[in-house]
Design a protein around this ligand. Structure first.
Ligand code: GLU
Length: 330
């Protein structure tokens, strides 16, 4: 079909495209449930849902878009945004870089030039960010995070206790990373509190619609377009989207930027959150993941969505910022 701006499309046309994408991806049963966190292996493998939320507050959805799953690594992007706002860009950069690592998300390694984690989207960086939040907020850190995530989703979110317990019991590798960060003086005590916040942030329960609305909040310069509440600081959003664009999709981030061309973050729970700057948030959920940790159906859906709607950041049909359109089209 012709590439048209979503804002100018009729709802029935958008639903038609979503239906077509859903049908073409549904039969794909490749990939496997992440089972290194035992509780994640208990989800229904065939669930599949996709939701779009526009920056003027309209939501389109198809499939299992109200099925709860845990946010996992997608939490890293939101936490980074919150930490940027709380302590500022330079203070964060002194502790966590913004370079893609080219390695797995849970690699036990630092950037050899700085002896700091490569970026906030790998576990070492995310645990450092969790520590920064604990350092600033003390024992209230998790409640604060949950509240901010809830504001971004526009509804009260809750912790999935079973997944949290499962992560807490089996998170030896993350504990190793936390203690290595401590020994390298990349963080300070209390490392156990930071790890606990990290396990909890990953275990927040969301739906594909929640991810789409969170994405629309980012797309809308930090203001949730449904509640009208300013959730994130505008400058922090800019810096967060930059890191999501280069590092958000595990060790597939370069391919993703090339093929899909959107800032995004995925989690091993099967969710993907994508952002079309100033236009749209996209949330997908399908729990079978590929060897990189990205949802197989989610990835396939994003590729088609990006192509059919011309969403790639550098696609000539993507008009980008509404402000640019406002100033140059009239
Ligand atoms: N809680 C998971 C871990 O730290 C998150 C991994 C992910 O979603 O990439 O292993």
């Amino acid at each position: 079909m012709d590439k048209i701006e979503i804002a100018t499309m009729k709802s029935s046309d958008i639903n038609h495209v979503l239906g077509h994408i859903y049908d073409s991806v549904l039969e794909n049963r490749e990939g496997a449930l992440a089972d290194y966190i035992p509780e994640l292996a208990k989800v229904e493998p065939d669930s599949f849902g996709m939701a779009l939320a526009t920056n003027n507050g309209r939501v389109y959805s198809i499939g299992d878009t109200e099925t709860p799953f845990t946010i996992q690594s997608i939490s890293k992007a939101l936490n980074y945004c919150i930490a940027l706002e709380l302590i500022g860009r330079d203070a964060i950069l002194a502790r966590v870089g913004v370079e893609p690592s080219g390695d797995r998300f849970n690699a036990i390694e630092f950037d050899p030039r700085t002896l700091r984690p490569y970026n906030p989207m790998v576990n070492a960086g995310a645990i450092t960010v969790a520590w920064i939040l604990c350092n600033r907020l003390g024992n209230n850190a998790f409640d604060y995070i949950l509240n901010r995530f809830s504001q971004a989703a526009g509804r009260q979110l809750v912790l999935d206790q079973n997944v949290y317990q499962s992560e807490f019991r089996t998170g030896h590798r993350n504990r190793a990373i936390g203690h290595l960060l401590l020994s390298a003086q990349a963080i300070e005590e209390p490392v156990d509190l930071a790890l606990d916040v990290y396990f909890k942030q990953c275990s927040i329960s969301v739906t594909a619609i929640d991810l789409a609305v969170m994405g629309a909040t980012f797309a809308n310069l930090g203001m949730n377009p449904i509640t009208g509440k300013q959730v994130f600081d505008t400058t922090a959003v800019r810096n967060t989207l930059s890191v999501m664009f280069t590092c958000g999709m595990y060790d597939y981030s370069g391919n993703w930027a090339h093929d899909v061309g959107l800032p995004a973050k995925s989690g091993v729970g099967g969710g993907i959150l994508g952002i079309v700057n100033r236009q749209l948030g996209i949330g997908t959920f399908s729990p079978r993941v590929d060897p990189n940790g990205n949802s197989v159906r989610g990835l396939a859906s994003f590729k088609i969505l990006s192509d059919e709607f011309g969403l790639h950041a550098f696609d000539p049909t993507n008009r980008g910022s509404g402000l640019v359109a406002h100033f140059f089209d009239h």
